[in-house]
Design a protein around this ligand. Structure first.
Ligand code: HEC
Ligand code: HEC
Length: 295
C-alpha cells in the first residue's frame, strides 16, 4: 500500500513537474472525483446513492470534510452530530472510507465541487456535466431478460469479468442462489433507482467488486440491461419467496454432500488402484508361478 502511494505521489510529481499550481490540482481533483466519488455523488443538489454535494464546502468545514472522507464511520461512531444525522438519513448504505487519499488529494477533490445553487462557480464546475435524463427510462422485457442472462453468467460479458451471481444473490424466479460475499440485490433498485444502480455497476466504488471488473468495465448496453433486470427483480420481489436462506442451506448441504462424494470417489479410485494395479497382477502371476513350481 505504502509503496503504491509513494509511486502514485512520485508519478503525480512527474506529471505535475515542479509547478504544482492550483490548475493542476483542480485537474487532479476532477480525475480523483470521477474515480472515487462520482458513482455515488452528484455535484448538483440531486441525490444519487449519497447526497448531492453542491455547496458542501459552505455547509461543512474543510477539516470536517477531510475527516469524514477519510473515515466516515469513525466520525459516526464518535458521535459527531452532523455525521450521525447524515448517516441516519442515508442509513442503508455507509459511505466507503478513503483513508488512502491524502489531505491534498481530498482538497483537490473538494475544489471541483461547485457552490450552492450553481452560482458563479457552478457554471465552470468541471464535473457538473455528469447529468442524467429526467424522463423515466423505459426498459423492454428483452432488456431485462438479457440482463438476467448476464447476471447469471449464462451470457458472457464482452470484456470478460465474473457473473454477478458469483457474489450476489437475488430472489427471482428459479434463479439459483447466488454468492454470499456481497449484499442481496433483490431490492437494490427500489433503494438506489436507475441512476444509483447503473453508476455503481459501471464504476463500482466497492474494492472487492471494483477488483473483479478491473480492466473489464461493462459496456453501456450491459449496464443498461443489468439495471433493467434489477428493476424487474425489485418490482416482482413481493411475489418471490426469499431463497437466500435456502441458499445458505443448499450451500452447506452441497458442501457436505460434495465432501462425501469426494471421499467416495477417492476411496473408490484408491481401492481400484490397489486391486487392479499392474504390480499386483504381476505379483499374483508370480505367486501362481511359484505355486505351480511348488506343487
Ligand atoms: C458507496 C457510495 C459512496 C461513495 C463511493 C462516496 N460516498 Fe460520500 N456518501 C455516501 C453516502 C451514502 C453518504 C450519506 C451518509 C452515509 O450514509 O454514510 C455520503 C455522504 C458524504 C458527505 C456528507 C454530506 C453532507 O451533507 O454532510 C460527503 C461530504 C461525501 N459523502 C463526500 C464524498 C467524497 C468526496 C467521495 C469521494 C472521495 C465520496 N463521498 C464517495 C456514499 C458514498
Ligand atoms: C467479486 C464480487 C462481486 C461481483 C462479481 C459483483 N459484485 Fe456487486 N458488490 C460487491 C460488494 C463487495 C459490494 C459492496 C456491498 C456489500 O458489501 O455487499 C457490492 C455492491 C453492489 C451494489 C450496491 C449494493 C447496495 O445495496 O448498495 C450493486 C447494485 C451491485 N454490487 C451490483 C452488481 C452487479 C450488477 C454485478 C454484476 C455485473 C456485481 N455487482 C458483481 C461484490 C461483487
Amino acid at each position: 500500500m505504502r509503496i503504491l502511494k509513494v509511486l502514485g505521489i512520485s508519478a503525480g510529481f512527474m506529471l505535475a513537474g515542479p509547478f504544482v499550481n492550483q490548475n493542476v490540482m483542480a485537474q487532479d481533483g476532477e480525475a480523483l472525483y470521477k474515480a472515487n466519488c462520482a458513482s455515488c455523488h452528484k455535484t448538483t443538489s440531486k441525490r444519487l446513492v449519497g447526497p448531492g454535494l453542491e455547496g458542501i464546502n459552505e455547509k461543512r468545514s474543510e477539516e470536517w470534510l477531510i475527516n469524514w472522507i477519510k473515515d466516515p464511520m469513525k466520525m459516526v461512531n464518535a458521535g459527531d452530530k452532523e455525521a450521525v444525522a447524515i448517516f441516519e438519513e442515508y442509513n442503508q448504505i455507509p459511505m466507503t472510507a478513503f483513508g488512502f487519499l491524502s489531505d491534498a488529494e481530498i482538497k483537490a477533490i473538494l475544489s471541483v465541487i461547485p457552490g450552492k445553487a450553481g452560482a458563479e462557480s457552478g457554471a465552470e464546475g468541471a464535473v457538473a456535466a455528469v447529468e442524467e435524463p429526467e424522463v423515466p427510462i423505459e426498459y423492454t422485457e428483452e432488456d431485462a431478460l438479457a440482463g438476467r442472462l448476464l447476471f447469471e453468467g449464462k451470457k458472457k460479458f464482452v470484456k470478460g469479468g465474473p457473473s454477478c451471481l458469483s457474489c450476489h444473490h437475488v430472489s427471482f424466479d428459479d434463479i439459483i442462489s447466488g454468492g454470499l460475499l456481497a449484499k442481496d440485490l433483490t431490492n437494490v433498485h427500489g433503494r438506489l433507482g436507475d441512476a444509483g444502480v447503473s453508476s455503481i455497476v459501471s464504476a463500482p466504488p466497492f474494492p472487492a467488486m471494483a477488483d473483479a471488473y478491473k480492466n473489464k468495465t461493462l459496456t453501456d448496453d450491459e449496464v443498461f440491461q443489468l439495471t433493467a433486470f434489477l428493476k424487474t427483480v425489485n418490482e416482482n420481489s413481493g411475489t418471490q419467496a426469499d431463497t437466500s436462506q435456502l441458499g445458505m442451506f443448499q450451500m452447506i448441504g452441497g458442501g457436505f454432500i460434495g465432501l462425501l462424494l469426494w471421499l467416495l470417489i477417492i476411496y473408490a479410485t484408491y481401492n481400484n488402484r490397489k486391486k487392479e494395479s499392474v504390480k499386483e497382477d504381476i505379483f499374483k502371476r508370480q505367486l501362481k508361478g511359484n505355486d505351480s513350481v511348488n506343487s
